[in-house]
Design a protein around this ligand. Structure first.
Ligand code: APR
Length: 166
């Protein structure tokens, strides 16, 4: 049975096997958690990202964590919220499932997710958290066995506590 946890703070500080980056399709970095991860990982990260031809929304790619305490970074572009009738929920679910798949393939024990798409991409946080928790709960492989939902505000923390209590 997978252990689900909530951590409130900066994802770049977590010494886990993989942190998930809420990236964009170019993989060239940006603001928010993408900017924080690129700043903390250091100058080797852009070159590692350039080995990929980009990444489609809902897909995921993996790089070393470089100067992060985390061993790996899993980059996954979430969907931009356009009102909910453009396949956003399925694309967001795929971000979580594809990130878990990359971690499982490498037998990683622990993975930390930010609130993918709930910042710049405007996804309603309650709906996003419900999709995140459901996707993780439906993951039946042995790895990873520790999943941390990283929240960056008291409001986001309350949302995840509600979702995990369901
Ligand atoms: N640690 C943990 N969570 C963070 C951090 C951090 N250091 N910084 C921001 N967050 C939270 C935000 O509060 C939000 O809840 O991560 C969530 C995702 O927000 P964004 O980083 O804006 O990501 P997203 O909404 O998926 O938008 C992605 O923004 O930064 C650009 O290049 C990125 O184009 C892409 C877009």
């Amino acid at each position: 049975m997978m252990g689900l946890e909530i951590y409130r703070g900066d994802i770049t500080r977590l010494a886990v096997d993989a942190v998930v980056n809420a990236a964009n399709c170019s993989l060239r970095g940006g603001g928010g958690v993408d900017g924080a991860i690129h700043r903390a990982a250091g100058p080797e990260l852009p070159a590692a990202c350039r080995r990929y031809p980009g990444c489609a929304t809902g897909e995921a790619v993996i790089t070393p964590g470089f100067r992060l305490p985390a061993r790996y970074i899993i980059h996954t572009p979430g969907p931009v919220w356009h009102g909910g009738n453009h396949g956003e929920a399925e694309l967001l679910r795929r971000c979580y499932c594809n990130s878990l798949r990359l971690a499982a393939e490498r037998h990683l024990n622990s993975i930390a997710f930010p609130g993918i798409s709930t910042g710049v991409y405007g996804y309603p946080p309650e709906q996003a958290a419900a999709i995140a928790v459901a996707a993780v709960r439906s993951w039946s492989e042995a790895f990873p066995h520790r999943v941390i939902f990283v929240v960056f505000s008291a409001a986001a923390e309350a949302i995840y506590r509600r979702q995990l209590a369901l």
